[in-house]
Design a protein around this ligand. Structure first.
Ligand SMILES: Nc1ncnc2c1ncn2[C@@H]1O[C@H](COP(=O)(O)OP(=O)(O)OP(=O)(O)O)[C@@H](O)[C@H]1O
Ligand SMILES: [Mg+2]
Length: 116
């Protein structure tokens, strides 16, 4: 299993949700975050030029998936979130050691697959 993290523009939230749904990915967590993508704003001060790390609003998706669903999860997020302009975001993939569905006690791949 993997935990796929997608950090995207807030205005792309619904597009990413729809793309995940179409890719048959069901469980997802979303949070509003602030982030910095590396661009430095130069700020003039009376002592000279300084740089400021500006923070931008982003939305963070977390999707726990079985290994066979990793690629289509990444592709769904990227295709839905891309504008081609700087600041489109990033996808990170972690190994995921365990998952438990609390209601049933199901573990691991059974816990991250939808119930019917
Ligand atoms: N190395 C990183 N570690 C953690 N979070 C990051 C990292 N890089 C980017 N992010 C997150 O992703 C958001 C969007 O980053 P952004 O798309 O600007 O990345 P980038 O590498 O500058 O690419 P681009 O050149 O397309 O702007 C950031 O605001 C931050 O939340
Ligand atoms: Mg950037």
């Amino acid at each position: 299993m993997k935990l796929v993290i997608g950090i995207v523009r807030p205005e792309k939230t619904n597009d990413v949700l729809e793309a995940l749904y179409r890719a048959e990915i069901r469980g997802v967590s979303i949070s509003r975050i602030q982030g910095h993508g590396g661009e430095l704003d130069r700020v003039e001060t009376y002592r000279g030029t300084q740089v400021k790390m500006g923070l931008e609003d982003k939305v963070r998706f977390e999707v726990a998936v079985s290994d066979d669903a990793v690629e289509r999860t990444i592709e769904a997020i990227c295709a839905a979130a891309r504008t081609g302009e700087v600041g489109d975001g990033k996808v990170f993939v972690h190994d995921l050691a365990e998952a438990v569905r609390i209601r049933t006690g199901e573990r691991d791949v059974n816990a991250v697959s939808p119930t019917t």
